[in-house]
Design a protein around this ligand. Structure first.
Ligand code: AMP
Ligand code: GLY
Length: 433
């Protein structure tokens, strides 16, 4: 059997989950992860590589005989790592810089959707150098609330739902005065505020064909009942019962495949993972945003449900032959609970020892996010989101119970997690209101 040496870029929970799925493949030769984390270190070789230094990445690839690169996070994709490596003949799972604009520029994504009739919120774009046009729009707007967004990558912090003009004007200032946000705000996007429940649909893409891998619901707010500040995601579950087979087919035909066709039509075919953030509005599903990579923590629930060999799937995407590639998920559900450092998404301490991780079983898996090993080998906290505890089960309640059973043994100082991951799904199934 042909084997492949893989370099996986990234070091969060998403990458631990990808590494875990790659490591199950009989096609895997060697696995390298850059930078990786203590979880990925159990599955391959963590490489201390500066991802921004494309030449150094290429050197590493050549000196380690790597023949497939998998890019986890969005930033290297938006920075053109795929284009650089492909120029040297390296196979990369992850879109080109031009195709990654679907996530890298909200104005780009909105213009594409408008041009190709893909359902999304109505919008307008303003240049930061013509702020008077933006403030004029805000002062005369009658449709409130309104959503204000910085155009570029802002790690989820560049979106504000504004109730009135005063708040919107204040948020424009917030964006301009925050160095991180300001850098992402050459353009401002204002959008109609949609209502409905959100769901994320994950589509594998080979440039022309799209195949839905799975669908999940994330829990972005820090507090139970979806309250408090936005985070990178406090938990996820899949499949989300909000979408039945008919709804999924509608989304595939009206949103996913048209997006792929549009990108191909623009001469920038999309290869990799297209993550469609959708809102189920009274007028049907509409795109909230696109991402050009797997979600984190959604990837952590998709990978344990995947039955087909991930390397085969990724190669089919790279080689444009997804149409003939089986993509099978096991029946049943997965639920991931994020264990976070107290204080997250605000300030938090690092370096607290972690105990009680236990062993993975057919019912539960732990993926590391922000962890580190000290010199004496102790596992300690090293980030806001520390661990993802994934439960698996034939039913959603079983998956949720398996996740929380495993959580109950794990300890670190000031550990925080939501206790209601998956309850929206239970309500949909009529199991809880
Ligand atoms: P984004 O980074 O574009 O996904 O936005 C982050 C979050 O803001 C989304 O998950 C939604 O909850 C919310 N959001 C973004 N755009 C809209 C919109 N047009 N209408 C309502 N909510 C939105
Ligand atoms: N869980 C949200 C994201 O990955 O963007």
């Amino acid at each position: 059997m042909e084997t492949h040496s893989v370099l996986l870029i990234g070091g969060g929970g998403r990458e631990h989950a990808l590494a875990w799925a790659l490591a199950r493949s009989p096609h895997l030769g060697a696995l390298h992860i850059a930078p990786g984390n203590p979880g990925t270190a159990q599955l391959g070789t963590n490489a201390d590589l500066d991802i921004d230094d494309h030449e150094a990445v290429l050197d590493y690839i050549e000196s380690h005989g790597i023949d497939l690169v998998v890019v986890g996070p969005e930033q290297p994709l938006v920075d053109g790592l795929t284009d650089y490596l492909e120029d040297y003949g390296v196979k990369v799972f992850g879109p080109s810089k031009a195709a990654a604009q679907l996530e890298g520029s909200k104005a780009f994504a909105k213009a594409l959707m408008r041009k190709y009739g893909i359902p999304t919120a109505d919008y307008a774009v303003f240049d930061r150098h013509e702020l008077a046009a933006l403030t004029g729009h805000i002062e005369t707007r009658t449709d409130w609330p309104m959503v204000l967004k910085a155009d570029g990558l802002a790690a989820g912090k560049g979106v504000f739902i504004c109730q009135d003009a005063a708040e919107a004007l204040m948020r424009v200032e917030t964006i301009l005065n925050d160095p991180g946000l300001s850098a992402a705000a050459d353009l401002f996007v204002v959008e109609e505020c949609m209502t409905g429940e959100e769901v994320s649909v994950f589509a594998l893409c080979d440039g022309h064909q799209a195949r839905i891998l799975g669908w999940a619901q994330d829990h972005k707010r820090v507090g139970e009942g979806d309250t408090g500040l936005n985070t990178g995601g406090m938990g996820a579950y899949a499949p989300a019962p909000i979408l039945d087979a008919a709804a999924l087919e509608h989304i595939r035909l009206q949103i996913v495949q048209p997006t792929l066709d549009a990108m191909a039509g623009e001469g920038t075919p999309f290869r990799g993972m297209l993550y469609c953030g959708l809102m189920m509005t009274p007028a049907g599903p509409k795109v909230v945003e696109y991402n050009c990579r797997f979600g984190d923590p959604e990837c952590q629930v998709l990978m344990p449900l995947l039955e087909t060999d991930l390397i085969e799937i990724m190669l089919a995407c790279v080689h444009g032959r997804l149409e003939h590639q089986p993509v099978d998920m096991r029946t049943g559900y997965a639920c991931s609970v994020v264990l976070a450092s107290g204080g997250y998404p605000g300030a938090y301490a690092k370096g607290h020892p972690i105990t009680g991780l236990g062993e993975d079983t057919p019912d539960s898996v732990v993926f590391h996010s922000g962890t580190r090993r000290t010199e004496d080998g102790t596992l300690v906290t090293n980030g806001g989101r520390v661990l993802n505890v994934v439960g698996l089960g034939n039913t959603l309640p079983d998956a949720i119970a398996a996740a929380y059973a495993r959580v109950s043994g794990i300890r670190f100082q000031d550990m925080y997690h939501r206790r209601d991951i998956g309850t929206k799904g239970l309500a949909r199934l009529g199991l809880r209101t």
